[in-house]
Design a protein around this ligand. Structure first.
Ligand SMILES: Cc1ncc(COP(=O)(O)O)c(C=O)c1O
Length: 348
């Protein structure tokens, strides 16, 4: 579904998608207002629709997934608290330490299996200030990333989601989902997003990844939580005026780009299986549950592999010395997958 000219296959991320002609038309004809004054009808519609889809009371449109997580953490913790999250989570690794700088919280890390935390490990990681003679920070929020990006695009089993939320509640913690790709998890597992998120206080959902919008995320939860997040969004400089222009792309994405995520998953699987069959590369096929694949190559060879693939017109990202990442999305066609397989073969 690529309708812009490109002679490259861009597998670096599902964030590289450009708005399609139909999405741009929806943006161009959007009715807008001033969202800081609270009267942009398109933003209001997007927030309400997302909240409804996730089974929550209210939604808040923000500029990015990072801001979504930051406002969620700030709205549900106090400085000196601690959040619990997986050791490779986006919140911990890729958000600039925002949890510490913007919310004043520390982090307790849980080692997951392919990015998936076990409920018992979450329970052990929660420390409470009360009863510790003042030694411990106050664990007050558990953050679950579904799908798990560094886990390989893996999906949490529903039961694990539910038990982690119970563990959080029993320990008087808020439960948050970094659901940047929660629709990928929903399509891959056949579980409705509202069911996945049922026991969680807040969910951040990205529109600018697999859903194909150019910008934006929505934080959903109770009206009270969203009212607090609204104030923090303002203080973080995230109030946007005629934001309906970009919210319209989000509404278009919700209407048109969810079910088709299954195509991205099938293409990622095909690419993963072909690469795993090659002499020089390995893909842990158990991890390939949605639209991502992490490819292991020889120690120290990742940057070189990325360059060689690039010479064949295929763009990927190096993750560490011996692994690179490829992600499928709405601009990747079946022909692109064949071309990528050929490029990997030629880069051995
Ligand atoms: C799991 C996860 N959470 C949050 C984000 C942050 O999104 P953004 O890049 O819009 O800030 C990303 C981005 O890739 C992500 O993969």
């Amino acid at each position: 579904m690529r309708d812009y000219p490109s002679d490259r296959v861009d597998l670096r991320s599902d964030t590289v998608t450009q708005p399609t002609t139909a999405m741009r038309e929806a943006m161009a004809s959007a009715v807008v207002g001033d969202d800081v004054l609270g009267d942009d009808p398109t933003v209001i519609e997007l927030q309400n629709r997302m909240a409804q889809m996730l089974g929550k009371e209210a939604g808040l449109f923000v500029s990015s997934g990072t801001m979504c997580n930051a406002t969620a953490i700030r709205a549900q913790t106090e400085p000196g608290d601690e959040i619990v999250t997986e050791s490779h989570s986006h919140i911990y690794i890729y958000e600039g330490g925002g949890y510490a700088a913007l919310s004043g919280v520390s982090v307790a890390l849980v080692s997951g299996n392919m990015g998936i935390m076990e409920p018992a490990d979450v329970g052990k990681a929660i420390r409470k200030g009360d009863g510790s003679l003042g030694h411990f920070p106050n664990g007050s929020m558990v953050c679950v990333e579904n799908t798990s990006n560094r886990g390989g695009g893996t999906c949490y089993p529903l039961e694990t989601m539910d038990v982690i939320a119970t563990v959080a509640r029993e320990n008087r913690c808020r439960a948050h989902i970094d659901g940047a790709r929660i629709f990928n998890a929903s399509v891959a597992t056949g579980q409705d997003v509202a069911r996945i998120a049922r026991d969680y206080d807040s969910v951040s959902i990205c529109l600018s990844k697999g859903l194909g919008a150019p910008v934006g995320s929505v934080l959903v939860g109770s009206s009270e939580m969203v009212a607090r997040a609204y104030r923090w969004r303002k203080m973080f400089g995230g109030g946007m005026r005629q934001a309906g222009i970009i919210a319209a792309a989000g509404i278009y994405a919700l209407e048109n780009n969810i079910d088709r995520l299954a195509e991205d998953h099938a293409r990622a699987r095909k690419l993963a299986e072909a690469i795993d069959n090659m002499e020089d590369f390995t893909v842990n096929l158990k991890q390939v549950q949605t639209n991502m694949l992490y490819i292991a190559c020889e120690e120290g060879g990742a940057d070189d592999l990325v360059s060689r693939l690039s010479e064949h017109g295929v763009d990927t990202l190096s993750i560490d010395d011996s692994s690179i990442r490829a992600v499928t999305h709405l601009h990747i066609t079946d022909e692109d997958i064949d071309r990528s397989i050929a490029a990997f073969e030629a880069s051995q």
